[in-house]
Ligand binder design. Structure first.
Ligand code: FES
Length: 596
């Protein structure tokens, strides 16, 4: 029983942000419909104020019905409470101008609408005061245009702008929004303009009628809120109390934020490590996007952190095991992209231990740019073989030569190694100082990937022997090399920044292959290859010495084979489409010779 409660609570916590977002959206849509309906009613003033009153009958029939009342007041209560919740839950108040404007306008609405709403609805319900359009137009626009009129225009503008911004922030991340945006913009300008004109026209007609028809004016004064002083006094008292309560609620939210900060400081902090090595320290429980914003690190977030756009996504390079699983909202956004486990939404993931991340989207990315991202940029997980090769005695090479000679020799080395890798079927991926990393298997099965990697090692030996012969007069001693090969699951994806981005592999298999290359110095051999590569390739490596080593971060030891000379590896006879042995990777084939 305890377990089920815990499970239910954990589920609720995980779904909490998505429930809040849906409630905010749903209640906002109800309120926006109410305002739009109200504006349509105002527009009838362009015909006559009597037309406005007839329209109001329909308006009241909808919004004063039990269902309409529940929907309207329920939506207001939810939306208003969630506004305070949003202020509490935000870890910082840094935000884009449009988001800031939306929030400020939203908090102005209750202050502006209170008097109008109380006279229209509260007085009607508790004092049986039924104000229709002629009362409101007379009281506001004829009797008190400088104060009440200005307040109504401000309310009119503030409520409409707040709703339109909310709708825009919701819709702009939708795929085809840019197609309907011009039409929505036209409606957003036309509807309030026509409504306001309707109000002015209606007010002019009421004023004209009041000045020409004294009996009609006397009748008007006998009804409405002005005819019931008790209702007016009660409403004014409620307004004062409400403003006090409003200020108190603000103070409480700000105090709660302060208490939370103190509690979080006691709970400890963690580090978010960025690709440039910067580490941002934040309290546990803050999102990665919060960390970026706090530290002023540009981070794409088109939807403002609402788990709608995916532009904030990051690859978690280290520490992903400490993260909670993806929430339903996160899954809904990332699943269509085919993003693997290590990709998370920075706005949703709240680390409780140090993590290292790699933002996948440039900070200035827009939604339309986002649509153009292809799968390679999103990243995919694959089993590949990774080969690291490094030149030996590079220090002596540099010390005894002019820089130009060093560059020339290194380029010959890369050419020899690179052509061997390509001939075997792999892809030279990164040049790291005087070494190179190559990937085998980004598009072929695991067995062939491992076979190609072993074949590449054999060809590298042959190509470098050729190079040493060709450059014998230039070199004091032949250039030696060390190779490490390992295979495993890695993330293949495009990483980097703008034009500096490139497709590469990241993951433990890459680190391990690099470590095996280092071990060639210890074992004084040309190649160290993990047993898994031979086993996957189906190539017997029993003739080579076997060792068990411990790689940092792994609990189980790794079995390796130490190969003194890569030339001793069995050749890989790749079957050609015709079924005959493909000799294109035979050392006898003049691959390097041709390329030089
Ligand atoms: S900012 Fe849009 S999903 Fe995170």
């Amino acid at each position: 029983m305890t377990l089920s409660w815990k499970t239910a609570w954990a589920g609720l916590v995980r779904r909490g942000p998505s429930i809040v977002r849906r409630l905010r959206l749903g209640s906002g849509l109800v309120l926006f419909s109410y305002v739009s309906f109200h504006f349509l009613n105002h527009s009838l003033g362009n015909i006559s104020f009597e037309a406005m009153e007839q329209g109001a009958v329909v308006h009241e029939w909808v919004w004063r019905s039990p269902v309409g009342t529940l929907a309207l007041y329920g939506a207001f209560a939810i939306h208003f409470s969630l506004a305070f919740w949003a202020i509490y839950i935000r870890r910082h108040l840094r935000m884009g101008w449009i988001e800031g404007l939306r929030i400020c306008l939203g908090f102005l609405i209750p202050l502006l609408v209170l008097q109008h709403a109380l006279f229209q609805r509260f007085a009607y319900t508790y004092f049986d005061v039924h104000q229709i359009y002629r009362h409101v137009l007379f009281n506001i626009w004829v009797s008190n245009p400088q104060v009440a009129g200005v307040r109504q225009i401000t309310l009119f503008t503030v409520a409409w702008l707040h709703g339109c911004i909310g709708l825009y922030l919701w819709l702009r991340v939708k795929r085809h929004f840019h197609l309907v945006a011009p039409f929505l913009l036209i409606v957003a300008f036309l509807l309030p303009t026509v409504a306001l004109l309707g109000v002015f026209q209606g007010a002019r007609q009421v004023e004209a009628k009041a000045s020409t028809d004294r009996a009609w004016l006397a009748d008007l004064r006998k009804t409405g809120a002005g005819a019931n002083p008790q209702a007016g006094a009660t409403v004014r008292t409620i307004i004062l109390w409400s403003w006090g309560g409003y200020a108190g609620a603000f103070a409480l939210v700000l105090m709660a934020r302060g208490v939370r900060t103190l509690v979080e400081r006691r709970g400890g902090t963690i580090r978010i490590i960025y690709p440039d090595g910067r580490a941002v320290r934040i309290p546990k429980g803050l999102s990665v996007l919060d960390a970026s914003r706090r530290a002023g690190i540009p981070h794409a977030s088109v939807c403002g952190g609402r788990a709608r756009c995916s532009t904030c996504r990051v690859r978690v390079l280290l520490g992903s095991e400490s993260l909670a699983p993806r929430s339903p909202a996160e899954t809904r956004v990332l699943a269509p992209l085919g993003a693997d486990r290590s990709v998370r939404l920075a706005c949703q993931v709240r680390p409780i231990a140090d993590i290292s991340i790699w933002p996948l989207v440039p900070p200035e990315m827009t939604v339309r740019d986002q649509d153009r991202l292809n799968e390679a940029e999103t990243g995919s997980e694959r089993f590949v073989a990774i080969l690291f090769v490094d030149i030996r005695a590079s220090t002596q090479l540099v010390e005894s030569r002019l820089p130009y000679d060093v560059v020339f020799i290194l380029n010959r080395f890369f050419e020899a190694v690179g052509s061997a890798i390509i001939a075997a079927g792999g892809t030279p991926n990164q040049f790291i100082g005087d070494g190179m990393m190559a990937i085998f298997g980004s598009e072929i099965p695991a067995q062939e990937a491992c076979r190609q990697a072993l074949e590449a090692a054999r060809l590298i030996d042959w190509h470098l022997a050729e190079m040493n012969r060709t450059l014998a007069n230039e070199l004091q001693q032949p250039i030696g090399f060390g190779i490490g090969i390992h295979a495993g699951d890695v993330i293949i994806g495009t990483m980097g920044y703008r034009e500096h981005a490139q497709t590469t592999a990241i993951g433990e298999a890459v680190h391990t292959a690099s470590r095996l290359q280092d071990l060639t110095k210890e074992y004084a051999c040309q190649l160290v290859v993990s047993e898994i590569v031979g086993a996957t390739a189906g190539t017997a490596l029993d003739d080579f010495a076997s060792h068990e080593i411990q790689i940092r971060g792994f609990s189980a030891p790794l079995t390796i084979r130490v190969v003194g000379s890569a030339a001793a590896l069995p050749p890989y006879d790749r079957p050609s489409p015709s079924g005959e042995t493909d000799r294109s990777t035979d050392p006898a084939a003049p691959i390097y010779a041709q390329s030089t």
